[in-house]
Design a protein around this ligand. Structure first.
Ligand code: UT7
Length: 349
């Protein structure tokens, strides 16, 4: 442990001018997916399902599964390191690390603390955000505000999951859907005319009338882990997929419409929609209802399945590294998930 905490009295930010918000942008991206591939053919051997059903109902072909010795922080550290490298930033220049996850290494301390240790980012404050599949956009929204207000200068925002640790591989309703991965961005202040990666606006929200539709009932204070809760499978994820489906399409369409309208923009201005990758049919239904050309909607669900908070930053990083994002493009990230929650970010690449 270090001998003393940072002396905030001599920290220049403690003498900052209040009331002047800074603009904030994405300075680098990174992602990581474990090597092991779980294919539809593998699942056919585990539960009563078929490649045909999975492809037709979800668009998924394979997903990645972490090794038994890999926890969420291990995936997050890999993605974080790549994002730092992309941003040209050293780990000790970070002053904030936020991890969005539904599968933390432990209920406490926060997974972000382990990421600090793994990266050697010893100056960084750390905390986790729990908003399930909407977590990355919730974290982005939080960190943008903290950097804009000058509380911090450089943030690493990570969405990371080892969903295979809470999936029941005997339950065909859920086990075909989920995979493990991590995605990360470095946020930094930006300025000038159309700076790259600028975050323009965020919308986040919750409709708690659907609170029980996606959950991991056991292990928390409501049903503390006991031999009985484990025997009753309460430590596994439960999902009422059909009900979430309808909510998801509405959440994407309404939040995208809201964020564009309040920024004086229309769908014609939007170059790319990056939706949460939960089901290809959800993405296609939202695309059709919005009236967007499918070529303007990013999809990689066939290779990773649903990776919850990691899904959006994973797509973003893949597109960025493949050179498929052009400077100046208007991009919308649209997430939804347990809560029921949603989160949408508008950015200029
Ligand atoms: O990221 C947020 C969390 N993700 C979600 O919430 C996912 C949102 N929902 C969905 O993606 C879809 O609702 C699912 C993919 C989960 C299910 O697709 P669906 O078209 O809504 O199917 P369904 O639940 O209406 O089930 C249709 C049938 C059922 O059989 P019966 O009752 O009609 O005889 C299921 O038992 O398909 C059956 N089924 C399966 N069959 C083969 C369910 N899972 C499987 C399976 N293989 N893996």
């Amino acid at each position: 442990m270090r001998e003393s905490l940072q002396d905030t009295a001599t920290d220049p930010r403690s003498r900052r001018t209040r009331g002047t918000l800074r603009r904030v942008g994405i300075a680098g991206t990174g992602s990581y997916a474990p090597e092991h591939v779980l294919s539809n053919a593998d699942l056919e051997r585990m539960v009563d399902t078929s490649d045909e059903w999975i492809r037709a109902r979800t668009g998924m072909q394979e997903r990645r599964i972490a090794r038994p010795d890999q926890a969420t922080s291990d995936l997050a550290i890999q993605a974080g390191r790549r994002a730092l490298q992309d941003a040209g930033l050293a780990a000790d220049e970070l002053d904030l690390i936020v991890v969005a996850t539904a599968t933390p290494d432990t209920l406490f301390p926060a997974t972000a603390c382990r990421v600090q240790a793994g990266l050697g980012a010893h100056r960084a404050a750390t905390f986790d955000i729990s908003a399930a599949c909407s977590g990355f956009v919730h974290a982005l929204t939080t960190c943008q505000g903290l950097l804009a207000s000058r509380a911090f200068d450089h943030a690493l925002v990570i969405g990371a999951e080892v969903l295979s640790s809470i999936v029941d591989y005997k339950d065909r309703n859920t086990c075909v859907l989920f995979g493990d991965a991590a995605g990360a961005v470095v946020l930094a202040p930006c300025s000038g005319e159309d700076p790259p990666g600028e975050l323009l606006d965020n919308v986040i929200g919750t409709d708690s009338s659907g609170i029980d539709l996606i959950q991991q009932p056991g292990g928390g204070s409501r049903h503390p882990a006991t031999a009985e809760t484990v025997a009753a499978n309460l430590h596994f994820m439960k999902l009422e997929g059909r009900k979430v489906f309808k909510f998801a399409v509405n959440a994407i369409c309404e939040s995208v419409d809201q964020i564009l309208r309040r920024n004086g923009l229309t769908l014609d201005d939007l170059d790319l929609l990056i939706p949460h990758q939960a089901n290809l049919r959800i993405i296609e239904a939202a695309t059709e209802r919005l009236g967007l050309d499918p070529s303007r909607v990013a999809v990689n669900i066939e290779r990773y399945g649903n990776t919850s908070s990691a899904s959006i930053p994973l797509v973003l990083d893949e597109l960025a590294r493949a050179g498929r994002l052009q400077r100046g493009q208007l991009v919308c990230l649209a997430a939804f998930g347990a809560g029921l929650s949603w989160g949408t970010t508008l950015l200029r690449w």
